[in-house]
Design a protein around this ligand. Structure first.
Ligand code: ADP
Ligand code: MG
Ligand code: ZN
Length: 507
């Protein structure tokens, strides 16, 4: 407010002087110089810019965090050190000063730190590693000092005897020292370590530092030493039950139509983080609003999943010819997916979204952590099926399969480095790039052949069904399966009449 006012008056005075015939150029420079100085000082100021409002307005509790049972339990156990400080003191146990939460983004690390503050009745302050990184040497360290000072002040003000300082993206300042060209990082890290070393159990308020990162491997060993971040808690992507739990929490108080099946949504959202699930529920509600509906219906969740996975629908308008090709491509994926794992196709869509012109969404069977060679090969078959359907139908391929190839190569690579390829057990570190390359090529060309034979009996049906997909833009898995069951029947009848000599069985 004041800033605008001052600028306004300044400009007015300058213009006035100009009208009176004064030479305003020197004055103008003077003003510009002081503005520049002011901005610089402001940037160097001791108050970190982002988190000036420290207190949590809506206290987060552990009940609001879905899944993560293991991480929650471990964290609560650690926090009991803080809750029962007297006992800890009496036994002479070294206080816990730092907890490191590791895991992918959006899994609820920030949420956990906030819940920790509620659980221990502490004040909560947050900062992010990137805020400590400045052009000016010394600012980062100053901000660290300031953060701890503010934590103490705030605790006093709110009459609490503990504070939780949350540092997100700790890897930005906590990466191994001497790795950056920049000594600023090192100073900041040193300051953080100094602050933590200075803390003691007798001190009031007591400060617990919770830090989060998804790159624990690059952290400086000094950070992980006893007395610093000596507890590491892993916060992973939620499994199916975890997703269901999170969805239930997120859907609370939202008007869902009775036929929305959260269990089904949890199954379809394999690999989603808590934050993605949050986005999903929010998107579904927005779709309801756009359609002027009072409740959120199942199809809105389906669209929202597509959106979170693939991005917003784009305005791109493929030509009819392109649409037909995309449909053939996608039905190709769907056919092989269904052959490999019946019931796996969730739906087929050819509305452009994000970078894709169309896609088949699959229902993951269960959350998996291990794959056999056959399962990996099947996934390669599904990935290659799009381009091969195009090839069989049109006699040529298009550029639309680039992502599929990236995916197939990644799967083939996994096979090789996990010792599931023809060269057997390998040491990934000492595997020559050329050998790896040859093996990947071998696997891909082998699977290309298998996939082609899988598709061949269905190619006419695929072309016919692709027309339906073009007309309808999106076809559900159930409709697809009903059609595919008939196609399969005919294909089988025909194969009885014309036995394929020595061909791979198409089942
Ligand atoms: P992180 O710090 O791990 O990146 P956040 O805690 O910032 O993740 O999560 C971002 C948002 O995602 C939260 O505000 C919440 O809405 C949602 N979320 C993430 N994980 C969970 C979870 N386990 N339970 C409930 N909501 C979650
Ligand atoms: Mg976060
Ligand atoms: Zn494809």
């Amino acid at each position: 407010m004041i800033k605008e006012w001052v600028i306004g008056v300044g400009v007015a005075v300058l213009i006035f002087l100009l009208i009176l015939g004064y030479n305003v150029l020197p004055l103008f420079f003077l003003v510009a110089l002081s503005v520049a100085l002011w901005v610089m000082l402001d940037r160097r100021s001791m108050i970190p810019p982002a988190h000036r409002e420290p207190a949590v307005r809506h206290p987060v509790t552990f009940d609001q965090i879905g899944g993560q049972e293991h991480a929650k339990r471990e964290l609560m156990e650690a926090l009991d050190f803080l809750r029962y400080r007297d006992k800890i003191k009496a036994l002479g146990i070294r206080p816990l000063k730092g907890i490191l939460l590791t895991g992918p983004p959006g899994t609820g690390k920030t949420l956990m730190a906030k819940a920790a503050a509620t659980y221990t009745d502490s004040v909560f302050l947050a900062a992010s590693g990137s805020e400590f990184v400045e052009m000016y040497v010394g600012v980062g360290a100053q901000r660290v000092r300031d953060l701890f000072r503010r934590a103490r002040m705030l605790a006093k003000k709110e009459n609490k005897d503990s504070a939780i300082v949350f540092i997100d993206e700790i890897d930005v300042v906590g990466a191994k020292r001497g790795q950056h060209s920049h000594q600023e990082y090192d100073q900041t890290l040193n300051q953080l370590l100094t602050e933590m070393d200075g803390m003691s159990t007798t001190q009031s308020p007591f400060i617990l530092v919770i830090a989060a990162t998804n790159r624990p491997d690059i952290l400086d060993a000094a950070l992980l030493r006893p007395g610093r971040f000596d507890r590491q808690i892993r916060v992973d992507l939620p499994d199916k039950d975890g997703r269901l739990h999170i969805l239930k929490i997120l859907a609370e108080g939202k008007p869902l139509s009775p036929d929305v099946d959260l269990e089904h949504i949890a199954r379809e959202t394999y690999g989603f983080s808590g934050a993605q699930l949050e986005a999903l529920v929010n998107e579904a509600a927005i779709i309801a609003l756009r359609n002027d509906k009072k409740v959120i219906e199942p199809w809105m969740f389906r669209d929202a999943i597509d959106k979170v996975l693939m991005g917003e629908k784009t305005g791109r308008k493929p030509t009819d010819e392109e649409l037909a090709r995309v449909a053939v491509h996608e039905v190709g994926h769907a056919v092989v997916s269904e052959l490999m794992r019946p019931g796996s196709v969730s739906h087929i869509t050819i509305a452009p979204r994000g970078n894709a012109l169309g896609f088949v969404r699959q229902i993951p069977d269960t959350d998996r952590y291990l794959y056999t060679r056959e399962q990996l090969e099947q996934q390669i078959n599904i990935a290659l099926a799009g381009c091969l359907a195009e090839e069989l139908h049109y006699g040529n391929r298009s550029t639309g399969a680039q992502n599929d190839f990236v995916q197939a190569s990644r799967l083939a690579r996994t096979m090789v480095v996990c010792g599931l390829s023809r060269i057997g057990i390998v040491d990934e570190e000492h595997l020559p790039e050329s050998v790896l390359d040859t093996e990947i090529r071998h696997i891909l060309s082998e699977q290309e052949r298998v996939t082609r034979e899988l598709l061949r009996p269905y190619i006419q049906d695929i072309a016919a069904f692709a027309k339906t997909v073009v007309e309808r833009e999106s076809v559900s898995g159930d409709e697809f399966r009903a059609w595919f069951a008939r196609a399969r029947q005919t294909a089988q009848d025909e194969s009885h009449r014309l036995p394929l000599a020595g061909a791979t069985a198409a089942t």
